[in-house]
Design a protein around this ligand. Structure first.
Ligand SMILES: Cc1cc2nc3c(=O)[nH]c(=O)nc-3n(C[C@H](O)[C@H](O)[C@H](O)COP(=O)(O)OP(=O)(O)OC[C@H]3O[C@@H](n4cnc5c(N)ncnc54)[C@H](O)[C@@H]3O)c2cc1C
Ligand code: FES
Ligand code: FES
Length: 492
């Protein structure tokens, strides 16, 4: 069955759109079509959060409130959800609790960021766990830039608003909303446009394989947190877009040895399972973009974009991960490190898509460390990321997998470093230094606006030493802003 429109809930009615450009963003539609101008455009590249909206979706019998940057989300991605914007919060003359707290606590000055901040806090208001926890509120706001108020009053307002029960009109009619959203999800393939120019969202993997094989020149999107910027910043014309979010590639499966993560699993959903392999992975994912980016962005998109500075690839390469691809009926699996063949190039044929990633867990007596170096702590693209998987037998290093991002045209292994480490005594500081010196054998980093080549090399060498010092348990000055290993221990 094919449906030639997208459908979503908006202001208590169902909107059906059967004619729109595949390049339209949610923000375009809100401001230019619906003329709802409460949602602002600041950067138009997912960084400032002024355009934050919420999409409520039915997931496993619950209603979840996803925060999204409307400036880079394509309109077609709205299908099956309820679009909630800042105009919708106040009701019958009464402000929403989040708005009341922001106004009473002086959480706004010029007000340009405020609609986005209010929407992020609205989603946080509806989240689970301790909603008054300062660290959680800071995370919820990491994707919202305020240049004049300062965050203290905003965070205080969030704590005030979230102190009580979740009582608002959205919570009151949750059952009805879920029923309405269930009706929208009819399991039909979506195809809007014509064979020259379309937005498609197949409802099964088989349909995805078929349409992509027929249109290998189409651009696949997962969350569009990369592709959205090609539209708004590079002004690329993409005539054919295939969204993989409905194609059933969203399973997370666990075996005793590995995690299998479907390509369209969002970074937000992947965080807890991946953090269960090692807390450092959880910490890096917490710093991956912002909640808005992680809510939309997918694991498959992070790997398939072939970025040399993507955060997941070096982690998965160090863990010994593999990637499963499909074209038509043909499937193949390859070690992830072989997938990256050059700058922006992957071993992926036209019409072939990423199905899933297989990420091994840590075998016994194997230790993992990963460090993301960026100019800013939150919501910043990586300068250099080092990931280390070290297996120990007795007092020696029996196996080593070391991978770096940001050091070459592709994420890749530091084979020369590994060679020095295997067989060395774990506590042999001289061997660490020798290994660190070998980083330059495999990497000739670039100088760019993020860092110089010398800086990158120096940092990568220091990360080798740091990882080994931590694994060997040798006390070193505390350099972690949040010691996630300690935090995980305390949580136990
Ligand atoms: C503000 C901001 C902050 C960011 N911060 C970070 C960060 O900290 N770390 C980081 O690594 N990245 C960061 N990114 C980049 C981006 O969020 C990630 O690369 C993200 O994982 C991309 O996933 P996506 O699903 O949105 O990809 P999309 O934009 O949908 O697609 C990216 C590429 O992958 C292809 N693709 C997607 N899915 C598939 C599939 N299943 N099969 C084949 N091809 C596919 C697309 O065709 C496209 O070429 C940031 C982006 C923004 C806007
Ligand atoms: S306008 Fe800045 S994130 Fe969308
Ligand atoms: S109130 Fe002015 S940018 Fe936040």
């Amino acid at each position: 069955m094919t449906r030639e429109c997208i459908q979503f809930r908006r202001k208590d009615r169902t909107v059906r759109l059967d004619r729109f450009s595949p390049l339209s963003t949610v923000l375009d539609w809100l401001r230019l079509e619906e003329r709802s101008t409460g949602t602002k455009e600041g950067c138009a590249e997912g960084d400032c959060g002024a355009c934050t909206v919420v999409i409520a979706r039915e997931h496993e019998g619950r209603l979840i409130y996803e925060v999204v940057n409307a400036c880079i989300a394509t309109l077609g991605q709205l299908d099956g959800g309820e679009l909630i914007t800042v105009e919708d919060l106040a009701h019958e003359g009464e402000l929403h609790p989040v708005q009341t707290a922001m106004a009473a606590g002086h959480g706004s000055q010029c007000g340009f960021c405020t609609p986005g901040i209010v929407m992020s806090l609205f989603a946080h208001f509806h989240s689970d766990g301790d909603r008054t926890d300062r660290a959680k509120i800071n995370d919820a706001l990491a994707g919202n830039l305020c240049r004049c108020t300062g965050y203290r009053s905003i965070v205080d307002a969030a704590r005030e608003a979230c102190a009580g029960h979740v009582t608002d009109r959205f919570a009151a009619r949750e059952a009805e909303t879920r029923a309405e959203l269930q009706q929208l999800n009819d399991g039909a393939d979506i195809f809007v446009g014509n064979i020259e120019r379309f937005f498609a969202a197949p409802a099964s993997e088989a349909s995805l394989a078929l349409i992509y094989e027929r249109h290998p020149d189409a651009r696949i999107i997962g969350g569009a947190t990369d592709v959205g910027l090609w539209i708004t910043k590079k002004l690329l014309t993409l005539d054919k877009i295939i969204h993989v979010g409905r194609a059933g590639l969203d399973a997370i499966e666990e075996t005793p040895d590995a995690l299998s993560i479907g390509a369209s699993v969002t970074l937000e959903r992947a965080t807890a399972p991946l953090a269960s392999i090692d807390p450092d992975i959880g910490e890096i994912l917490r710093r991956f973009g912002s909640v808005q980016v992680r809510t939309a962005g997918t694991v498959g998109g992070s790997i398939a974009n072939a970025s040399p500075i993507g955060d997941l690839a070096p982690l998965f390469i160090a863990l010994g991960g593999s990637i499963e691809l499909r074209k038509g009926e043909r499937m193949r699996t390859l070690p992830l490190e072989q997938f990256f063949i050059g700058y922006g190039k992957q071993d992926r044929e036209p019409g072939e898509f990423v199905r899933r990633l297989i990420v091994p867990k840590l075998p016994p007596a194997t230790f993992f460390r990963a460090f993301k170096i960026s100019k800013r702590f939150d919501e910043d693209i990586t300068t250099t990321l080092g990931a280390f998987r070290i297996g120990i037998e007795g007092d020696r290093i029996a196996s080593a997998r070391v991978a770096f991002g940001g050091m070459a045209a592709t994420p890749k292994r530091a084979l020369a470093v590994e060679r020095v480490l295997v067989g060395a005594l774990l506590h042999d500081v001289g061997a660490w230094r020798d290994a660190a010196e070998r980083v330059g054998d495999d990497f000739t980093p670039l100088t760019d606006m993020r860092a110089s080549a010398e800086y990158r090399l120096r940092v990568a060498r220091n990360l080798v030493t740091k990882a080994l010092a931590e694994i060997a348990g040798i006390s070193s000055p505390v350099t972690r802003i949040l010691d996630s290993r300690q935090a995980a221990h305390v949580a136990d």
